[in-house]
Design a protein around this ligand. Structure first.
Ligand code: Q46
Ligand code: ZN
Ligand code: ZN
Length: 302
């Protein structure tokens, strides 16, 4: 590896889309600068308690570590970690051990809710009920619901998640392909200063940072992280097909993921203006916010 483009130290990485080689210190500075800028662009860190969605993977342990450092001198901000245990045999348990280890290390309170408590079935059971199909729809629905409920009960002003550039670009593309302009308009990040009734706004500090760089950050910081293979349902999930597609496109045309993000940033305000945010109402069944007559979680429970 050649030396750093900014100093004489050996480089630890090559940032292809900017054409620079960076040493450990310059990489960490470059990484945190973009994460701070994303927080700033999303309305700055709100006062009070911020929930950090923690799964034990590289993204979530990194975002907890980053925010722990960022709030160390902010007596007006507290962190709390929240996790949803989906009930996926052989996959989630070891990840929860990592969550325990890191929250103990950082002295951050940690709360867990299970999909079984929320929806009456584990994600494995939802898959069985659905003829063995990938249970990603109920998984996403109950994860969002669990995070929102926990954060609301804990009085949190925002939920920070570790979503990186690759995740964000995949979600945008997935909703474009489904033609779901409603979801596109409501996708996180939200402006933490303009919350929607019943919905705790999402903060995505790493949304402009590629997945590979988040992994490097976690490794360079020596964070405990879940190395298990992917979720056993990942192979069947559309998201993972899009991940491979996007990586191929990125290989041919570096900057593709950033372009998708910029596209969404420009289109989102236009969609919101056209649809309005006011039609979020309470589900008559469970009281959770929804844009339809009944929320998706209640549909799955039925
Ligand atoms: S955890 Fe859940 Fe993912 Fe597994 S069941 Fe699908 S959505 S693949 S990110
Ligand atoms: Zn350097
Ligand atoms: Zn409901």
């Amino acid at each position: 590896m050649p030396s750093c483009s900014k100093c004489s130290q050996p480089a630890v990485t090559h940032i292809r889309y900017s054409g620079t080689h960076l040493c450990r210190d310059h990489f960490l500075r470059f990484f945190e600068k973009r994460a701070k800028m994303a927080v700033h662009d999303q309305g700055k860190l709100p006062k009070g308690t911020i929930a950090v969605a923690l799964s034990g993977g590289k993204d979530s342990v990194s975002v907890l570590h980053f925010l722990h450092g960022l709030t160390a001198h902010r007596p007006d901000v507290d962190l709390v970690a929240i996790s949803v245990d989906e009930g996926i045999d052989g996959y989630r348990d070891s990840a929860l051990d990592i969550c325990k280890e890191l929250t103990d290390q950082l002295n951050v309170p940690w709360h867990v809710v299970t999909v079984k408590e929320l929806g009456g079935y584990t994600i494995d059971e939802f898959s069985e009920r659905d003829g063995g199909r990938a249970p990603c729809s109920p998984c996403g629905v109950f994860r969002r619901m669990g995070m929102n409920q926990l954060a609301r009960e804990l009085g949190c002003s925002a939920i920070a998640t570790g979503h990186n550039l690759d995740d964000t670009a995949q979600t945008i593309l997935m909703n474009v392909l489904k033609g779901d302009s409603d979801r596109l308009a409501r996708l996180a990040p939200h402006n933490v200063n303009q919350p929607v009734e019943g919905l705790v706004p999402r903060l995505l500090p790493f949304r402009t940072i590629p997945e590979k760089e988040v992994l490097l950050y976690a490794l360079l910081q020596g964070l405990p992280l879940h190395h298990e293979a992917e979720c056993p349902y990942a192979e069947k999930a559309q998201r993972f097909m899009l991940r491979d597609m996007l990586l191929e496109l990125e290989g041919r045309t570096p900057g593709t993921r950033h372009s998708l993000l910029r596209f969404h940033d420009r289109v989102k305000p236009l969609l919101l203006e056209e649809m309005g945010v006011a039609d979020v109402r309470q589900c008559p069944n469970c009281g959770e916010p929804t844009s339809s007559d009944r929320c998706k979680a209640c549909d799955w429970k039925a």
